[in-house]
Structure formats: structure tokens, C-alpha cells
Ligand binder design. Structure first.
Ligand code: AQP
Length: 334
């Protein structure tokens, strides 16, 4: 499909969550692949920025690719591939490192948080954790991306990608499209059900507050019914003062297509709100889990999709990355 280019991805650092789905993946399948030339990627190189187990990253990468297809991405409509299968990402990442400054990388909130977490666990902080946003900018810019549908947590990295595109174009001539972030209107930041002031993140150690896309229905129900709320009796939507209840209302609204403020007025107790939210999440995820089971039983099909996806991605990215190499003054290979 010609016209607008969309790019986005998921990182195989853990099992994908309801946050990943509501914040990003759902709209890729339901809207984005239908309205633009969309490119979706399992960004496995990003999974190496923190301590990792090679076998687990390999397993999670396959699972993430399978889940992308299970959510409804249609390889006839869009491009689905694994980042490390396309060399252009790493090639362009180096040029982005040569465009970015040390200071702007160190200001990234995710770097500060993850570096602090690694240090607290007595682990070293990998240099790639600092330079990660350069690779992310490369992922996006290599494809001449117009729009990047992501959750709110990625807003700062997207801003940096825009800055790098503008700076590069100014220094070396017009090479990159300056991309724009697109966030969902509801549930742009799904919070942990046990700790509703923290984002629901797939690599958290404590999983009681995280709904994974492949959780059994009964597990989803338990996690939602045990969600932390507060001591009030009435249901009011107030993200700052009552984050647990607001999070449930956001999730219910995102699942049912409603408005969280309006939904608050429809409930007289937290119990009823939790019950309806749990059922709405179970029903939302049911077809994804079922389709995932079918696809997981046919790894040959998933491999073929990823092979074709990588071939197309290479074709799309190479001319722009080559142009960037020429623009910065590197002698073309003959
Ligand atoms: N809790 C969330 N609410 C809304 N959107 C979210 N996303 C992630 N968590 C939430 C969005 O999902 C897409 C893919 O995310 P990612 O794989 O790049 O990982 P992440 O954003 O860093 O989130 P995680 O799950 O917390 O990963 P870890 O813990 O491994 O760092 C993105 O569009 C993201 O915005």
C-alpha cells in the first residue's frame, strides 16, 4: 500500500503484556495496517541492552513475532520482521550515534531508571543501554517513517528521533523524514495492577500486577480482581489521587470503547468495576490467545512470514541508509 509509512516494534525482553497491546499493538492490527504502508518489527537488538539469556531472547522473539500475527497483522497488508535480520538498523544506528550527543542520551528517563535498576541488582550497565535511543531512531528513520504508533512511555525517545532527523538533514542535506508519534487516546500508559503508579512493564520481577497476553482466562480474572485500589467507597476517575481505580477504568474503557470518566458514573462499587474489567480483558484477549496457539503449531508459516518480511524491509531501508552513508562523507564501496 503506497502513501504514508508507519513503523513500530516490540522488544522481546519478556512476555508481551496488556500494556503493549492496548498502548500499541491493537491499533497496529485494527487501524494502522489498513491505512498506510506499515512496517512492524520485533526489535531483538534492543533486548540485548540489559542482562539477557540468549535462549530466552530467541524464544521470546519467536513468541513476539507469532503474537504480532495473532493480533491480526496480515503479512499481505504489512511487513513483519525481526530487526536483527536486517543489517540496515545497526548500520544506521552508528550514524545516529555520530549525530546525537552524550548529554542528550544521558537525559533519557528510561536510561536513568534502567541503569539505576541494574546497579541496584549489582549488574553492570551496558553501554548499549545508553545508546539504545540511537538504534531506535535508526529503526524509525531507515524506513522514511511518517508516523510511529507507540505508548506514552516512548514519547521522549520519539522526540529524540525527531531531533536527530532534523539535525542530520540540516548538517548533511535532506535525507530523513521527520517522524511523528501517535499515542492512543485511552490507555496510552497502562499501569501495574499492584503498583498503579508504575507502568505495566513486561520485564518487572513481580508479575502479580501484570496481565500477559498469553495468561489463562482464570489468571487474568485473579490479577484484575486483586488489583490495588484505595479506601474510598465511590468510583471516581482521578489519575493523580486514585491511580488504581483510574487504571481499571482506563483498561475497561479501552476494552469496551467507552470513556473512563463516563464509565466511573456507571459503577457503585469497586467489586463490580473489577468484575466487568476482568471479563472485558478476558474477552479481548481470547481471540489473540486462540490464534497464537494455532500459529505456534505452525512455525514454518511464521518463519516464511519473517523471511519475506525481512527481504522487503531490506529493500525499503537500504537506499535511504546508503544515501545517509554517502551524505556524511563515507566513500561508497565500488
Ligand atoms: N504499560 C504500557 N502502557 C501502554 N503502552 C505500553 N507499551 C509498553 N508498555 C506499555 C508500548 O508497547 C510498545 C512496545 O513496547 P516495548 O516492547 O518497546 O517495551 P517498553 O515500551 O519498554 O515496555 P516494557 O513492556 O516495559 O518493556 P521492558 O520492561 O522490557 O522495558 C511500545 O509502543 C510501548 O510504548
Amino acid at each position: 500500500m503506497a502513501g504514508k509509512r508507519i513503523f513500530s516494534g516490540v522488544k522481546p525482553t519478556g512476555h508481551l503484556t496488556l500494556g503493549n497491546y492496548l498502548g500499541a499493538m491493537r491499533r497496529w492490527a485494527d487501524e494502522d495496517q489498513h491505512r498506510a504502508d506499515a512496517v512492524f518489527c520485533v526489535v531483538d537488538l534492543h533486548a540485548l541492552t540489559v542482562e539477557h539469556d540468549p535462549a530466552r531472547v530467541r524464544r521470546l522473539s519467536r513468541q513476539a513475532a507469532t503474537l504480532l500475527l495473532a493480533t491480526g497483522l496480515d503479512p499481505q497488508r504489512c511487513t513483519v520482521f525481526v530487526q536483527s535480520h536486517v543489517d540496515e538498523h545497526a548500520r544506521l544506528s552508528y550514524l545516529m550515534e555520530c549525530t546525537a550527543s552524550d548529554g542528550e542520551m544521558r537525559r533519557m528517563i528510561q536510561y536513568k531508571e534502567k541503569a539505576a535498576g541494574a546497579q541496584a541488582r549489582g549488574e553492570g550497565v551496558r553501554l548499549s543501554l545508553l545508546t539504545y535511543p540511537a538504534l531506535m531512531a535508526a529503526d524509525i528513520l531507515a524506513y522514511g517513517t511518517d508516523e510511529v504508533p507507540v505508548g506514552e512511555d516512548q514519547a521522549q525517545h520519539l522526540e529524540l528521533a525527531r531531533d536527530l532527523a532534523v539535525r542530520f538533514n540540516r548538517r548533511y542535506g535532506p535525507t530523513f523524514v521527520v517522524p511523528k508519534a501517535i499515542h492512543p487516546t485511552v490507555a496510552a500508559r497502562v499501569m501495574d495492577l499492584q503498583e498503579p503508579v508504575s507502568k505495566m512493564g513486561k520485564s518487572q520481577a513481580r508479575t502479580a500486577g501484570i496481565v500477559f497476553l498469553l495468561d489463562e482466562a482464570e489468571t487474568v480474572r485473579k490479577k484484575v480482581m486483586r488489583a490495588v485500589t484505595d479506601a474510598h467507597a465511590d468510583v471516581v476517575y482521578d489519575r493523580a489521587e486514585r491511580p488504581g481505580v483510574a487504571n481499571l477504568l482506563d483498561v475497561l474503557a479501552a476494552c469496551s470503547g467507552g470513556d473512563p470518566q463516563a464509565l466511573a458514573g456507571a459503577y457503585g462499587s469497586y467489586g463490580a468495576l473489577k468484575k466487568d474489567t476482568a471479563e472485558a480483558v478476558v474477552e479481548l484477549l481470547r481471540p489473540v490467545r486462540e490464534r497464537h496457539a494455532e500459529l505456534a503449531a505452525d512455525p514454518g508459516y511464521v518463519d516464511a512470514v519473517l523471511r519475506a518480511g525481512a527481504a522487503r524491509a531490506r529493500e525499503l531501508a537500504r537506499p535511504r541508509v546508503d544515501a545517509a552513508y554517502r551524505a556524511v562523507g563515507l566513500l561508497p564501496a565500488v
